[in-house]
Design a protein. Structure first.
Length: 329
């Protein structure tokens, strides 16, 4: 079924420094699209296919919304989220399910404890078991169930690639990215995930981030609602201290992390980055994307400097800060 780009096609995107010694290097590919859609910068091989993982969630949310489900504000944000399972996140997911009196047991994502430490510890102390509703993709799954109920589609098999909902997702993805995926596999949450190029991914995210709520086309009106929901509710997209939430709230960007080192980020002017860390590590993804946007003047470099200390980039030794994960783009 193919594979992502090889090491020989990758470029250095970040380094890990410990006491001035470069301990590790993160290589990968990235593309920057100018506001009009022209390619402004290329690193590595962004034409090669990758799995977008959770950075595909905005497209999945739009597929739900063009299937007769209204999601706005926090609801649109949680549908795109890789959330940390805080009580506030879980309340949003329960709110979606409550629209159609759906039980949490209808969710087909696997049960997991929250990734937010305080929320996880609270459940463990209470003797609670992992649940699907606290899994990071539960907002997406709840939204998918609403689309199924709105259209009379079956609920039990909504993750099947041949299900009407998943065919709608594929159609939305192809229309916004301008590409036909080269492979379809199973994501960590059980939903289909489709392989496409970083350039195609960036193109689709740029359309989402730049669409207007007054567009004559429903696809772009709903895309605009996703963009607005994400930018206005950074907390819901990830969680306290998580890079996506930090950069959304502090830099005003549209941002979405994907597992295995994928990151998309769009500046207010529409300049868009999509990148993939070849080793799958996400630790430098957000700062690399932000530096790429700043490098073409789409966001202020000083603002990126100010937010960098809050992106979890410190390297520790003996409990003290002895180095930093640093973008090299």
């Amino acid at each position: 079924m193919g594979a992502t780009f090889p090491a020989s096609a990758a470029a250095e995107l970040a380094v890990v420094e410990r006491g001035g010694f470069v301990e590790s290097r993160h290589v990968g590919s990235a593309v920057v699209l100018a506001p009009g859609g022209d390619v402004a910068r290329v690193l590595g091989d962004p034409a090669a296919p990758v799995l977008p993982r959770s950075s595909m969630k905005p497209f999945q949310a739009i597929a739900v919304m063009t299937s007769g489900v209204t999601l706005r504000g926090e609801d649109a944000a949680i549908a795109t989220a890789s959330h940390t399972g805080t009580p506030r996140h879980v309340a949003l997911v329960r709110g979606l399910l409550a629209r159609e009196s759906l039980p949490a047991t209808a969710l087909r994502c696997p049960p997991e404890y929250p990734t937010d430490r305080a929320s996880r510890d609270q459940l463990v102390r209470a003797g609670e078991r992992p649940e699907a509703i606290t899994m990071n993709c539960s907002g997406k799954h709840a939204a998918m169930l609403l689309a199924c109920r709105a259209n009379g589609w079956s609920l039990d098999d909504y993750l099947d690639p041949e299900h009407a909902l998943q065919k709608r997702v594929l159609d939305v993805l192809e229309r916004l990215t301008g590409e036909r995926p080269v492979a379809t596999v199973v994501d960590g949450c059980g939903a289909p995930v489709h392989a496409l190029s970083l350039t195609g991914l960036a193109r689709g995210i740029q359309k989402i981030a730049s669409s207007s709520t007054s567009s004559p086309f429903a696809l772009f009106r709903e895309a605009a609602a996703v963009g607005d929901g994400v930018r206005s509710n950074g907390w819901a997209v990830a969680g306290p201290g998580r890079p996506d939430s930090v950069v959304i709230d502090r830099l005003g960007v549209f941002a979405k992390f994907g597992a295995e080192g994928v990151q998309v980020m769009a500046a207010p002017d529409g300049t868009t980055v999509a990148l993939k860390m070849l080793d799958g590590s996400p630790r430098a993804s957000a700062i690399v994307a932000a530096r790429l946007l700043a490098g073409v003047g789409a966001i202020d470099s000083a603002a990126v400097d100010a937010v960098e200390p809050d992106l979890g980039l410190d390297v520790l030794g003996g409990g003290a800060v002895v180095g930093r994960i640093r973008a090299t783009v």
